[in-house]
Design a protein around this ligand. Sequence first.
Ligand code: AMP
Length: 191
Amino acid sequence: MMRVIFLGPQGAGKGTISSRVSAKLKIPHISTGDLFRDAIAAQTPLGKEAKKSIDQGKLVPDLITNALIREHVEKKRCKKGFILDGYPRNISQAKSLDSFALPTQVILLDIPEQVSIERLAGRLQCKICKRVFNINAREDDKPQVIKQRLAAYRAETEPIVDYYKKQKKLHRIDATPTVEIILKKIFRVLC
Ligand code: AMP
């Protein structure tokens, strides 16, 4: 059973790297950001609610986010495990996750804030295949929204690093080298 969480600031490569790990381990990749963007594109009630927070770089309310993740991880396809990308994002979400699916390992993709800003400033995500290209900007990659998202990371997400460190589940991985090098280090930790 592998229930792996990916943590790290925006621009650390969570999406790209966690998708590759999911493909290799053959367990589903669940990204809250992707789920919200799909819901926004489909103009569902969830999408409309999430959009209000996402456009401001703020976190979508916990009640909505926790219910969405619970619905996904309790699906049959997640019986052998899952990879979470972008969840949990605060202590309350981490505690909620512990109540319905205890994580087994947590990977922290570590990069300096300046690198994070530089990477975010020029990226574009394909709505269909979810690949991130580094040539243009995503809706919420405008400079003032980036600042807000990084502030939310520092204030709300960073405390969960300690939370998982205390549980002895945390693995800190330097996310500045190439994707292949990062993946090698992750598989050494996970396999
Ligand atoms: P991401 O693609 O992971 O950077 O997510 C994009 C946006 O979706 C974030 O800036 C938040 O507004 C929202 N979001 C994603 N994951 C969560 C979460 N776990 N809790 C609350 N909001 C989230």
